[in-house]
Design a protein. Structure first.
Length: 458
C-alpha cells in the first residue's frame, strides 16, 4: 500500500540482505538495515543494460565485518505514488573511512544480477546452431536473457519485432555484446514502406528488459495516456504531467507531488560539436573483409551500397517524432548559413560487412536487407543524435512509476513577460522520452532526477 502523504516525496524504506538464499539477521532476528543507511541512489537509463544503485552506510555496529561485497540486497520502497521492490547484487565496497572510534562510512555499489552473470556467460558459434534455427531477434534476445545457459533471468522481456533474421558467428561474446551487435543490425518490422528504420537500443528499467527501436519508443510515448495505469505484464505505463510552478503553502500538498522542483538546460544550442562529429550529415561506408582492398568509396563492385551520403534533411521525414509529424526539426530554425554548413558532409562512418559471405542477395528475402547496413548505420546514428535535439534535466518529488524509455509531459512557462496569462515555453514544454532517471533517497524523502530528450519543437 502506498503511503498516506504528509509531505511530497515521503517514502518508507526497508533493506534486507540475502546470502546463499537466506535473509541475514542479527542475534535478535532483525533483518532491516535501513537504520544504518544515510542515502540511496537507484539508476536506470536507455543506455544501460542493467539497473544500478549505490547505498551509503554509516556503520556503528560492525556490519562491515560481515559484508562480503557479494550479497543480494532487497530494497523495498513504499512511496506516495507507487511502491516498488528492487533486488540488486552488491559487487563493490568503496570509499570506506572511519569517522570516529565507533563509526565508519562506506559506499556499496549494486547492479542487477544479470550484470554479474554477463561476465561469466559466453555465446560462441553460429546462431542457427545455438538458437535452433530460430534466429529472429525476439527469440534470440529472450533466450539470451532468460535461458539458464546464459543469463537465466526471470524478468519480463519486451522485444519489438524485426524484419530481418540474424545469422552470424558469435566469437565467444558475452550475452550483452551479442545483443548490442544485433542492435546495429535490426530493422523494424513496421518500417513505413521502403523506408527502413533501424536505431535499436537495449536496456533494463524496473518493468523489465527492452529491445526496441527509438522510433518505437517515440510511438509508445505518443500513445501513453494520462488516464491509463501502468501494467507491468504488458509493459504499458501511465503518462504523468509535471508543471514548473510555485508550490502551495498549505497543509494540502497533493498537487505539489506533480510539480517540478528545478529545471536545468544542458548543452543549449551546441551545434559546433554536432558539426565536428557529423551528427547531421556525412558518409556511411561498408567494408567487406573478403574484398577489403577494393571496399572503399566508389571502387567496390561487390557492394551495391558501399557508400551512402546521409543528411538530416532527407532522413527526418522517415522518422517518428514526438507529438506527431507536425513538429519541426530544430535545425530548420537556425541561421541559413549554419544550415548550409550542417548539410555539408564532412565525417565518414564505417561498418564491417561480414554477412556478405552468405547473404543470398535475394530482393524478396528480408535477410538481403543486411546488405543495406551502410544505410542502416547512418539511420541509427541520425536517429540517436536527433533524439538529443532538445535536452531537459528536471528534479521532481519521488515517483517510482516513471521509467526510462517511456514518455512524460512537462509544462514550463516562458520567461517572456505578459500582462495577462502565463504562457508556456513552446520549445521546452511538451512530451519527452525519459533517457535516464535517478531516484535519490535521503532521510525518508525521495527526489527523482530525470534526463529528458525530444527530437522536435512546435
Amino acid at each position: 500500500m502506498t503511503l498516506n502523504r504528509t509531505e511530497t516525496g515521503e517514502v518508507g524504506v526497508r533493506i534486507t540482505i540475502f546470502r546463499n538464499g537466506q535473509a541475514v539477521t542479527n542475534p535478535e532476528g532483525a533483518s532491516d538495515l535501513y537504520e544504518f543507511v544515510r542515502g540511496i541512489e537507484i539508476f536506470e537509463g536507455i543506455n544501460s543494460a542493467t539497473l544500478e544503485a549505490r547505498i551509503i552506510f554509516q556503520d556503528n555496529a560492525g556490519l562491515i565485518g560481515s559484508f562480503t561485497g557479494s550479497e543480494l540486497f532487497k530494497i523495498q520502497i513504499t512511496g506516495s505514488v507507487y511502491d516498488k521492490t528492487y533486488f540488486l547484487r552488491a559487487y563493490n565496497i568503496e570509499a570506506r573511512s572511519r569517522t570516529n572510534q565507533n563509526s565508519e562510512v562506506y559506499l556499496i555499489n549494486l547492479a542487477s544480477d544479470e550484470y554479474i552473470k554477463n561476465e561469466v556467460a559466453n555465446v560462441f558459434g553460429n546462431t542457427e546452431v545455438i538458437f535452433d534455427k530460430k534466429i529472429d531477434a525476439e527469440n534470440i534476445i529472450k533466450r539470451l536473457v532468460q535461458n539458464q545457459r546464459f543469463l537465466g533471468s526471470k524478468k519480463r522481456v519486451f522485444v519489438e519485432k524485426t524484419l530481418n533474421t540474424h545469422k552470424f558467428v558469435a566469437p565467444n561474446w558475452r550475452p550483452f555484446d551479442c545483443i548490442y551487435w544485433m542492435c546495429n543490425r535490426s530493422i523494424r518490422e513496421k518500417s513505413p514502406g521502403k523506408n527502413l528504420q533501424s536505431g535499436y537500443v537495449f536496456f533494463e528499467n524496473s518493468l523489465g528488459y527492452h529491445y526496441k527501436s527509438i522510433d518505437k519508443l517515440i510511438e509508445s510515448a505518443n500513445s501513453q495516456s494520462f488516464d491509463g495505469k501502468t501494467n507491468p505484464s504488458t509493459g504499458e505505463a501511465k503518462l504523468y504531467n509535471y508543471v514548473y510552478s510555485p508550490k502551495k503553502v498549505s497543509e494540502n500538498q497533493s498537487a505539489d507531488q506533480f510539480k517540478i522542483n528545478s529545471v536545468v538546460f544542458p548543452e543549449e544550442r551546441n551545434f559546433l560539436m554536432g558539426l565536428r562529429h557529423g551528427a547531421w550529415s556525412g558518409f556511411s561506408i561498408g567494408l567487406d573483409p573478403v574484398t577489403i582492398s577494393t571496399s572503399k568509396m566508389g571502387a567496390s563492385s561487390d557492394l551495391s551500397a558501399d557508400a551512402y551520403r546521409y543528411s538530416i534533411k532527407d532522413i527526418w521525414k522517415r522518422m517518428e517524432h514526438l507529438k506527431g509529424n507536425k513538429n519541426a526539426n530544430p535545425i530548420t530554425k537556425m541561421d541559413t548559413s549554419i544550415q548550409n554548413m550542417i548539410d555539408y558532409p564532412k565525417r565518414v562512418r564505417y561498418t564491417i560487412m561480414p554477412n556478405q559471405i552468405f547473404d543470398p542477395k535475394n530482393s524478396s528475402n528480408p535477410q538481403a536487407n543486411y546488405e543495406q547496413l551502410v544505410e542502416l548505420q547512418a539511420y541509427q546514428w541520425m536517429r540517436i543524435e536527433s533524439l538529443k535535439n532538445v535536452k531537459l534535466q528536471i528534479i521532481i518529488p519521488g515517483n517510482l512509476d516513471l521509467y526510462a524509455g517511456y514518455g512524460i509531459n512537462v509544462e514550463i512557462p516562458t520567461t517572456a513577460k505578459s500582462d495577462t496569462t502565463v504562457k508556456l515555453d513552446r520549445k521546452y514544454s511538451g512530451r519527452y522520452i525519459i533517457a535516464g532517471l535517478t531516484h535519490k533517497i535521503l532521510n525518508n524523502n525521495m527526489e527523482t532526477e530525470l534526463l529528458l530528450l525530444k527530437d522536435s519543437v512546435q
